[in-house]
Write a protein that binds this ligand. Structure first.
Ligand code: ATP
Length: 406
């Protein structure tokens, strides 16, 4: 798929902008702060209804304006659809497809699919578990748009259950009757565990699907790495063994919620569920092995023929070098792209300011890997940073204008 036309009204720094786009590579070049990222952020927003840079919608609306509008003509299998989102911070956003309003804005998700590489990606590796959960959930929703509803339901149930836990906990500490609150809580336990089990089951499936893609991407991106080096493992907030079905996970979550009831009431927050999970990223090379036991009269004789023990696998967070961390973050994005593509649809690739972070060899390597994509949108402050493989259409961005280079 590709975007053939982008229109912005009061989006970020743009009062209005019209940009015609083509398949293949397009680079937006301009000095810092001129609005290059704002353009690609608008395309990404249409894909996920959230930004890769900010958690809330307010910064997306031009200072002084009430609402922003992003409209894009998206070509998929030769047919064009015009997608539009009206961003109304603090109120419901409104979406249209070919001018017809959608009942809910989130029904827009999945109609255009993007994978963004940006300097912020380092948080996937170095950031909090919430950054990795968001990565997984964004990808889940891009692959299966219906899951946007499950994700939103889970967030809503969690908020309501947390506020109930606070009320019930206060009643308990004040020795007033908490029977009513506890009865209501058990209803929310059911909602939380059922929706949570669905989200958890989907995430487990996604990590399984993603694992070989990440291993392959890391081998390609990191110099000297092997196929088995990069590994990812889903870490749930409770022991689930080999369970992966929704009924089994619901039962396990419910039992754990009941077991930790007192602790949850004391702390006033939900302690069990996919909102407490993490994705463990690890690398299996480059680390020193375990310290050998000191030799002594009772020491086992060393067999010189015995194979060396495999190097330990270490978490990326806290252990990996800067270069390894970057390679892992890039691999997660590349793997997402390859997985979506193998699902049967070529997502739009956005490379936002990434080339300045990479040395020439890795720039060219990344460019070669993505050059075959149906559409690649690149931003760079300096034209020379854009590798030759992505030298396509070029726009100069500056002074609030976006001008195509002849
Ligand atoms: N809501 C907003 N209203 C008005 N201006 C905004 C808004 N949000 C961001 N800006 C302005 O947009 C500019 C940043 O644009 P953008 O991030 O696209 O820059 P860029 O060209 O990608 O720069 P860099 O090369 O430094 O990444 C800043 O000057 C910022 O003040």
């Amino acid at each position: 798929m590709h975007v053939s036309h982008l229109t912005l009204h009061d989006f970020r720094s743009y009062a209005s902008a019209e940009v015609a786009l083509e398949p293949g590579a397009t680079a937006f070049i301009g000095r810092n702060g001129q609005g290059k990222t704002n353009l690609v952020e608008a395309v990404d927003y249409l894909s996920r209804l959230s930004s890769h840079r900010v958690a809330s919608d307010a910064p997306l609306v031009r200072a002084g304006a009430d609402q922003a509008v992003v409209r894009a003509a998206v070509v998929r299998d030769g047919r064009t659809a015009v997608l539009e989102i009206e961003i109304n911070p603090g109120r419901s956003n409104r979406a249209r497809v070919n001018r017809s309003p959608l009942p809910r804005a989130r029904e827009l998700v999945g109609l255009v699919r993007t994978v963004v590489f940006s300097p912020e990606d380092l948080v996937l590796v170095k950031g909090d578990p919430s950054d990795r959960r968001r990565f997984l959930d964004d990808l889940l929703v891009l692959r299966t748009p219906r899951l946007a509803g499950v994700r939103a339901d889970y967030d809503r149930v969690l908020r309501q259950r947390n506020s109930l836990l606070k009320t019930a906990g206060q009643a308990r500490r004040g020795s007033s009757s908490q029977e009513g609150a506890l009865a209501t809580l058990s209803v929310w336990d059911d909602h939380l565990t059922r929706t949570g089990a669905e989200l958890l089951s989907e995430r487990l499936g996604l990590v399984e699907a993603l694992r070989p893609y990440v291993a392959r991407a890391y081998e390609t991106v990191a110099r000297g790495a092997g196929r088995d080096d990069a590994h990812l493992e889903y870490r749930p907030s409770l022991e689930i063994g080999a369970a992966s079905s929704i009924p089994d996970l619901t039962a396990l979550l419910l039992a754990e919620v009941e077991r930790r009831r007192g602790e949850e009431l004391d702390r006033g927050v939900s302690l069990v569920g996919p909102h407490r999970d993490d994705l463990l990223l690890s690398l299996g090379h480059g680390a020193p092995g375990p310290t050998p036991a000191p030799a002594g009269p009772d020491a086992e004789p060393v067999d010189p023929e015995a194979p060396a023990p495999p190097p330990p696998r270490l978490p990326v967070k806290g252990y990996a070098s800067h270069g390894e961390s970057w390679s892992f973050a890039l691999s997660l994005r590349l793997a997402s792209y390859d997985l979506l593509r193998d699902d049967g649809d070529d997502p739009i690739l956005i490379l936002d300011d990434v080339f300045a972070e990479l040395d020439t060899e890795r720039r060219d390597q990344l460019a070669d890997l993505v050059a075959g994509a149906e559409q690649v949108l690149v931003t760079a402050a300096v034209a020379a940073d854009v590798p030759a493989a992505l030298a396509g259409v070029r726009y100069l961005v500056g002074g609030g204008e976006v001008r195509r280079e002849p």
